[in-house]
Design a protein around this ligand. Structure first.
Ligand code: PMP
Length: 323
């Protein structure tokens, strides 16, 4: 779908996948004016295909658009674009029970050719899709993470809460550092005091205390994850106490040492829920306790994936038929 100041959103179309013709002076190449979303289409046992809270992705894309001075795409246009693509590509949605999905990537880019620095007045929104397994194949296998001390992902007042490429660009170097230190993901702290937990390169963080309380970082510069929001809602319904507040890295470290923090997991659309093993840094290592199939995190994971895959009743009305 294209957007111009004069005509608004227009010319929605479905075309075969292939290269785009983009002018070298297109603003997206120079100033990073682009945003995206990531969601999955799940095939249920009856053969139908469902999305999981896709309206939340539509709303988050609108918030990202606002921050990046891009036009807001109406929620219904977003949902219609996702439905149309899934219906056309239905044969690519993996069968139920395989633990696989069709990953959808809606994105919006500045599409105007000029070299001055200002918001583009011509924009294009597209959706592409690709079959995907889960990020980490064994759900109980812990993921080790590297604490980035030198770099932050986003600063106060920056674009941290938007899903824009620039946030990921700034996380690539620390992510390389994580790999070099034998870790799969990088953990970011806040940019001003360098002590409050933010999130991982592509996932949010949740900690569980020995009394069952769910602890998750509060910050204006992290991405409000739809998986995390769903986890918190499921936990709240199950009567668990939720603490959504600022958490220092020392609180995590001391909590593990004195036994008051007993589980830690990363969550996101791609990762679903993955237990965190070690948190490594040059100065110390936090060794989170091992996870078993009946740990709280794995029970939350079973509940969430059960709803997403249509194997458990969807009491919250989170799933939406796409095809
Ligand atoms: N934080 C970041 C930086 C991410 O890229 C993602 C994945 N979109 C998340 C958190 C988790 O968000 P969600 O649960 O909506 O996938």
């Amino acid at each position: 779908i294209d957007w111009t100041v004069a005509d608004g959103w227009h010319d929605a179309r479905v075309v075969p996948y292939g290269p785009l013709q983009v002018d070298p002076s297109s603003a997206v190449f120079h100033y990073g004016q682009e945003i995206f979303e990531g969601l999955k289409a799940y095939r249920h046992g009856g053969g139908e295909v469902f999305g999981f809270r896709p309206e939340r992705n539509a709303q988050r894309l609108q918030n990202s658009a606002k921050r990046l001075a891009l036009p807001e795409l109406p929620e219904e246009l977003f949902l219609e674009s996702v439905r149309q693509l899934v219906q056309i590509d239905e044969q690519w949605v993996p069968a139920a029970g395989e633990g696989k999905t069709l990953y959808l990537r809606p994105f919006m880019i500045a599409f105007e050719n000029f070299l001055g620095v200002r918001a583009a007045q011509t924009v294009r929104y597209m959706v592409i899709a690709c079959p995907a397994g889960s990020y980490f194949s064994d759900p109980t296998r812990p993921v080790d993470i590297w604490l980035s001390q030198e770099y932050s992902r986003a600063g106060a007042g920056g674009t941290g809460a938007a899903k824009c490429g620039g946030n990921y660009a700034s996380s690539l170097l620390p992510q390389e550092e994580a790999y070099a230190n034998g870790c799969e993901q990088v953990l970011f702290l806040d940019s001003s005091e360098n002590r409050y937990l933010e999130e991982l390169g592509g996932m949010n963080i949740v900690l569980i205390k020995s009394d069952g309380t769910i602890l998750t970082p509060l910050s204006d510069s992290i991405l409000p994850g739809i998986t995390r929001d769903s986890v918190l809602e499921l936990c709240e319904r199950a009567g668990r106490r939720i603490e959504h507040r600022r958490i220092t890295i020392d609180e995590w470290r001391e909590g593990v040492a004195d036994g008051s923090i007993v589980e830690a997991f990363a969550c996101g659309t791609a990762a679903v829920i993955s237990p965190i093993g070690k948190v490594k840094s040059p100065d110390f290592t936090i060794e989170n306790p091992a996870v078993t199939a009946d740990s709280v995190s794995m029970r939350i994971r079973a509940e969430l994936t059960g709803i997403q895959n249509g194997e458990l009743p969807d009491l919250m009305g989170w799933t939406q038929r796409l095809a």
